[in-house]
Design a protein around this ligand. Structure first.
Ligand SMILES: Cc1cc2nc3c(=O)[nH]c(=O)nc-3n(C[C@H](O)[C@H](O)[C@H](O)COP(=O)(O)O)c2cc1C
Ligand code: SF4
Length: 501
């Protein structure tokens, strides 16, 4: 049977709590379908009751780490500045290779994301709400811009300034402290300690703020427990996390927990790409076996092939295909020493050489590293070069040993998770497919270029359109013919953000 016919026979109905099957065209349609009631409940019951129900629901962040939303909201509320109001930032930067769920949610229904964000803003005492998108996300920007106008006109945002921000395409822009840096007008370089941080603008009046004009994240004062700062905290949260909030308010915590597992309640919106018959995005109860997710969206392996492994983006250790029956929950993934991430799975089959995949992941992360931490950039680049040599069957046993040493140092003094991702993905592939690495060293395996591991631009007719242009990006974040040898943190330190990104 041809693939197109099979696609027709196998639709993707799963659950539809946050990913609408049909786009919701206007705010009026959203309200006609019950939208807006969550905000009404929040306004009527007040911040303490909202915090109670969000905490009781067990909603975990859907931006990758699964951090409990109730705890994050309570922390931000408890750190309110006596001088400056807080802000809420919706993280719509989605740049994880293999993930297209936030853009799918925004395209289908931006209204419940905005409603959830407004509930968050009222709860933590914020007077600003900013949606952080990438400047390349043209359809989502248009959808969000119109939805913001509608929400404003409907009077939902009284006392809260609504805006959106078109950020750069750098992967790090999605890291929440880098997102706030960028909104503040600096480069997407991570700060030190989430989630306690000052607001999205420099607090120039703060007495200790002596380096407010610096382009570097290293010089930014943070809001911290202890009360010695005027700096307000900012609540940054992922699109999907916030999209879950309105229904939690209207239906209650028990309803939310009626699907999913005890430790990972609710649903998750998953993306499947790679060697499956179909690529796409769909929502599933947490705890659904990974195989069901892959087969529902992806239908199955292409004819005559078998799956070998899966990567959850570039953030977690690789999962061999023998573990496809693992339930999709944070606890089950942690038990296998990996992670759920954003639920964006790249599937590999027997045609893929996992050495070339490791080289592709390592290259992506080394290029996207900002270089504020020297080992992350330098050791990451060295690792990526060695992996490319191994993939090209142009390496020795000494090179494999050098890779081991670099894996030991790449995370030294790392300020953000990117360095750990470099370690975790490469180390896991090396461990699982060591024989293949050795085949490349003995030249028993054919020479291969690194696999392009890059973000998704769109999914059209069941196939992902990949950002292959990313493979010509230099580690200094230019697209010049030659690498300047400078890290982005060194190259951009003297300039204000967005001049060259
Ligand atoms: C390198 C890097 C890139 C990230 N990119 C994104 C992203 O594109 N979108 C996102 O929501 N979170 C991203 N995150 C996670 C955020 O830092 C943060 O944990 C998340 O936005 C918190 O929202 P949540 O609590 O709702 O999950 C990234 C993290 C890292 C380390
Ligand atoms: S760990 Fe890497 S990406 Fe993160 S701040 Fe340090 S150099 Fe930049």
């Amino acid at each position: 049977m041809r693939r197109v016919e099979r696609d027709r026979l196998r639709p993707m109905p799963t659950v539809t709590r946050v990913l609408a099957l049909e786009p919701v065209p206007t705010l009026a349609d959203y309200v006609a379908g019950g939208g807006g009631r969550g905000l009404e409940v929040a306004t009527r019951t007040g911040p303490d009751a909202v915090l109670e129900v969000v905490t009781a629901s067990g909603l975990g962040g859907r931006g990758g780490a699964g951090f409990p939303a109730g705890r994050k909201w309570s922390t931000v509320r408890s750190l309110n500045s006596p001088v400056y109001p807080s802000a809420v930032v919706v993280n719509a930067a989605e740049g994880e290779p293999g993930s297209f769920k936030d853009r799918s949610i925004l395209r289908a229904n931006p209204y419940h994301v905005l409603e959830g964000a407004l509930i968050a803003a009222r709860t933590v005492g914020a007077d600003r709400l900013i949606i952080g998108l990438k400047h390349t996300f043209t359809p989502e920007i248009e959808r969000v811009r119109r939805a913001l106008d509608e929400v404003r006109d409907a009077g939902w945002a009284e006392g809260i300034a609504l805006s959106y921000f078109e950020g750069p395409s750098e992967y790090l822009y999605g890291e929440e402290t880098a997102l706030l840096e960028t909104i503040d007008g600096r480069y997407p370089f991570p700060r030190i300690a989430p989630p306690y941080r000052r607001g999205v603008e420099e607090v120039l009046e703060s007495p200790s703020d002596v380096t407010a004009n610096s382009a570097s994240a290293a010089h930014v004062e943070m809001a911290a427990p202890g009360g010695e700062s005027f700096a307000p905290p900012t609540l940054a949260s992922n699109v999907e996390t916030l999209a879950n909030v309105p229904a939690i308010l209207t239906e209650g915590a028990d309803w939310f927990r009626s699907v999913g597992t005890d430790e990972s309640p609710g649903t998750i919106v998953c993306t499947i790409t790679g060697r499956t018959q179909r690529h796409g995005v769909a929502e599933f109860p947490m705890g659904t076996p990974l195989r069901e997710v892959v087969e529902t969206i992806g239908i199955g392996p292409e004819d005559g092939h078998r799956f070998t492994a899966l990567l959850s983006g570039v953030s977690n250790p690789i999962l061999p295909a023998e573990l496809l029956d693992t339930p999709m929950s944070h606890e089950a993934m942690h038990a296998l020493a990996t992670g759920l991430g954003t639920g964006g799975f790249i599937v590999f089959d027997d045609r893929d050489d996992l050495v070339a995949v490791a080289a592709g992941v390592s290259r992506f992360l080394a290029v996207e590293s900002c270089g504020q931490c020297t080992p992350c950039k330098q050791d990451g680049l060295a690792l990526s070069r060695l992996l490319t040599q191994v993939s090209r069957s142009d390496a020795t046993d000494d090179d494999l040993e050098a890779m081991d040493r670099l894996l030991d140092t790449v995370t030294n003094s790392a300020r953000c998770n990117l360095a750990y991702q470099q370690h975790d993905v490469v180390d896991s592939i090396l461990e699982l497919f060591l024989d293949r690495f050795q085949d490349h060293v003995t030249e028993a395996a054919p020479a291969l270029e690194p696999e392009p591991i890059v973000p998704i631009l769109d999914i059209v007719d069941g196939r992902a359109v990949l950002d292959v242009h990313q493979t010509s990006k230099q580690p200094d974040w230019t697209f010049d013919a030659e690498f300047s040898g400078q890290s982005p943190a060194d190259r951009l330190d003297d300039h204000r953000a967005h001049e060259t990104l």
